[in-house]
Design a binder for this molecule. Sequence first.
Ligand code: HSE
Length: 323
Amino acid sequence: MRRYRVLIIGFGNVGQAFFRLLSMKKDAFNADVQVSEIIDRRRGHIINPGPNVVDEARSGRLLGRRIDIDEVPQLIEESDADIVCEFTDLNIRDRGEPAFTYLSTAIRSGKHVITTNKGPIAFHYDELMELSRRYNRLVRFKGTVMAGTPSFNVLELLPGASVNYFMGILNGTTNFILTRMYEGMSFNEALRIAQERGYAEADPSLDIDGWDAALKAIIISRVLGWRHSLEGMEVRGIRDIDIRAFGDKIVKLIAFANKDVAYVKPMALDRGDVLAHVNENLNALRIGTDTLGDIMVIGPGAGPMETAQAVLTDLAYIINRGY
Ligand code: HSE
């Protein structure tokens, strides 16, 4: 059986959930997939982690050699892993760095990459695709949009279909907050619960102010060949929202794009619209196609285990292509 060695970068909620899920679902792959290394800012450089590493990691203490953040690219380069799984936090101020450096270093040193981090994909899509072609290594990023729920990857099942537009609820945290606000809970209390459950970004203003949904809309757009970017995109969130102002309609934070325009903003939906009834931390994506008309996918879009499923999806893609 072909053996794949995996290097995990970032061992927080998602990294730990992936480690657990992989050990539970090993039989899902027609290959022997093993985590051979973990690199984490706080937990250090762990080589050949044992089965208890997730329990040990909970404390946040050092579990391997202490590392300086600047040496991470060199560690990636020197690693003998076949696949790098990158799970560091979204950083929008530095336009997806240092994750982009980690991914590009991995590809240049002959490794496939899987990331759940929106920053490097949304800000460096063209460069990563170019590196992927040049080095014949795959770049997979399912977990960046709607966690493990099929989103842009459903298009792999629809050869020939062209997409006219998409619209959806792409942020679980704000959808959870709005759902709770309709039940009478305060914004702050709902946010606190969303954070507790691991839905929110490390910096929750990325969720609340619409940036997370905007990056996801950009990523879907780039997959479709549209060239939207944060510059020139209308992005509004739900920070000061008053749900009573929308009367009988239901307000949702909606991301929309066609080839000419992309935006994220709170929109009042008719009660007859399916999107109006997508609640809790669920996400939904409606894709308008020329061959099928509208299709829609609904499912969890946030949460550690939900995101770890996306990594399994990407792993299977790489393995099934026989790399
Ligand atoms: N913070 C994100 C959300 C996590 O709430 O949807 C998944 O990208």
